[in-house]
Design a protein. Structure first.
Length: 550
């Protein structure tokens, strides 16, 4: 879900020439019209004073436009989710640190007669089978590749299969096991990457035909971390073009539960492929709903971490102060395993935070947890009562809370302005005309509109955003987590602006045979407690154990 309110840039459609060699001019009426777009009513004497300076600004814009920038070039201004009122956000490191892989308890698992039965197995089960060498890494990879090839013609979730890379890595992981080396619970586990994560030597298209043949020279940090953890990348998965929606140059990615319906987005392929049992987990990104929305539709158990928890180095930039990476999984237990491997400080991404993470097993029991909820935000009183009763049965204390009242739609100019900046070259060159969706609510139009947002309004929005961060921190201080519908717009917009973490998980199937969804949001850097509470609810209800029939 992306909301856009919009800005203007004055430009002259004339043959470019060195700025110093020609004079740029505008009429008073042109400046008056630009002022009206910015919300100003200009008097004649004011216009007379402004004209010279506005023309000089135009010359400055041309100089700035002449500097070539890559999507990977960041901003001099940074955003930190740890605002001045964000007290108690950092989790204490427990004595002895986080549990070691060798100490991690794995379930008792037995190899099934038909390996296809492992298509929806959770990571713990797969890890137990791999570590005991009942199932090889190569077998898991071949199972995943075969399922992707069989289901992708209908789901349209794959951009590029990484067969050669995956098979080579699987052979290496099997050899390591023969030699007694086990990298941890992700050793040999097949996964998929949203196709905005850089992969060395493998094309990374960002879902756009404009970048269809783009091949990075190095892996994104999150890809490197998962390689080190032993996971095996089997596919680059689809995203809505430049991270909006579920439509990309290859078509519309489908929901495995209802294949005439799109999977939502923009982490469309990660949600679809994971829900369809094609990969054990996937990594997606969220700027404003791109993990939560497709996860809610496809029935994934997913985590959008706190801003700064996971390195974005090597990921396509959309909005520097809002982009986040996180896991889309089959269970919240899986999400905790993956998150533990990908989180952490990265010198290559200055937005990452040096904050310890101990895992949900160290964060205390769920009985007595204090949960807030948004009264009246649910689809029906029956749904609200059902969710709260399930949590009370676990010993949670529930209390209604009031969400801070802010013009959240208007604050989305932060996203619009940053996204338009990230892809400004497409707008100015006219390359945006090659994008698939050419409608009002799509990037090409929003990029153009966003050039009319005054810098003053962008900065004002960020000042209001800082106040929102403080008020949300106060709301969250007395509670361990907030439970709410995943699709609630106020929490979706606000927590993406403030950087708070959210998990979502499926609920019972609706009348149309598709899963519902619920979310839990926690304090900044509170992923361990958040996963513990939501994970306990998930184990008690078992809604995530139902899968689409393919």
């Amino acid at each position: 879900m992306l909301h856009a309110l919009f800005l203007c840039h004055l430009s002259l459609s004339q043959t470019p020439a060195p700025v110093a060699e020609r004079e740029l001019s505008l009429s008073a009426e042109q400046v008056r019209a630009a002022g009206a777009v910015a919300g100003l009513e200009l008097e004649d004497d004011e216009l007379e004073l402004m004209l010279s300076g506005v023309c000089k600004n135009l010359a400055a814009y041309e100089k700035l436009d002449g500097v070539a920038l890559e999507n990977s070039d960041g901003l001099a201004l940074g955003f930190s989710a740890l605002g001045p009122e964000s007290t108690g956000a950092r989790e204490a490191r427990p004595p002895g640190g986080a549990p070691k892989h060798a100490e991690r308890a794995l379930p008792n698992a037995k190899r099934p007669a038909n390996l296809d039965e492992l298509a929806f197995a959770e990571i713990g089960t797969l890890a137990a089978l791999v570590r005991s060498r009942q199932v090889t890494c190569s077998e898991l990879v071949e199972l995943s590749l075969a399922r992707l090839k069989r289901l992708d013609p209908e789901l349209l979730c794959v951009v590029t299969l990484c067969e050669e890379r995956a098979r080579a890595q699987a052979a290496e992981r099997d050899l390591e096991l023969e030699r007694g080396t086990w990298r941890g619970p992700l050793h040999g586990i097949p996964w998929g990457a949203k196709d905005l994560l850089a992969t060395a030597g493998i094309r990374t298209t960002w879902g756009s035909r404009i970048f269809e043949h783009q091949v990075p020279a190095e892996d994104a940090t999150v890809v490197k971390k998962l390689d080190q953890a032993g996971a095996i990348l089997v596919a680059k998965l689809s995203l809505g073009e430049l991270a909006w929606g579920d439509v990309w140059y290859g078509g519309t990615t489908k929901n495995p539960w209802k294949r005439e319906q799109g999977s939502s987005g923009s982490s469309a392929g990660p949600a679809s492929a994971t829900a369809a049992g094609c990969v054990a987990f996937a990594i997606g990104s969220e700027t404003c709903g791109s993990i939560l929305s497709p996860s809610a539709r496809c029935g994934n158990s997913s985590l959008r971490p706190s801003f700064g928890r996971v390195s974005r180095h090597g990921a396509m930039a959309l909005a520097w102060s809002m982009d986040k990476l996180g896991p889309l999984c089959r269970s919240l237990a899986d999400a905790a395993i993956v998150f533990e491997e990908i989180q952490g400080l990265d010198p290559l991404d200055p937005s990452t935070l040096d904050a310890p993470y101990a895992g949900p097993g160290t964060s205390g029991g769920v009985s007595g947890a204090k949960l807030g909820y948004l009264k009246g935000a649910w689809a029906s009183p029956e749904e609200e009562r059902r969710r709260l009763d399930e949590l009370r049965a676990l010993g949670c204390e529930l209390t209604p809370v009031e969400f801070p009242d802010y013009p959240l739609d208007a604050l989305m100019i932060v996203l619009s302005a940053e996204a338009a900046t990230a892809f400004d070259e497409l707008t100015r060159s006219g390359e945006d005309e090659r994008m698939v969706r050419q409608v009002e609510h799509a990037w090409p139009n929003v990029f153009r509109q966003a050039r009319l947002i005054p810098a003053v309004e962008y900065l004002r929005a960020n000042r209001i955003r800082l106040r929102l961060m403080a008020d949300v921190a106060k709301m969250m201080a007395p509670i361990d987590a907030l439970v709410h519908p995943t699709t609630d717009e106020s929490t979706l917009l606000a927590f993406n602006l403030t950087g708070h973490p959210t998990v979502c998980a499926p609920t019972e199937l609706g009348q149309d045979g598709t899963p519902g969804s619920v979310s839990f949001s926690g304090p900044l850097l509170g992923e361990a407690r958040l996963l513990a509470i939501a994970g306990a609810w998930q184990r008690a209800t078992g809604y995530h154990l139902v899968h689409p029939k393919l």
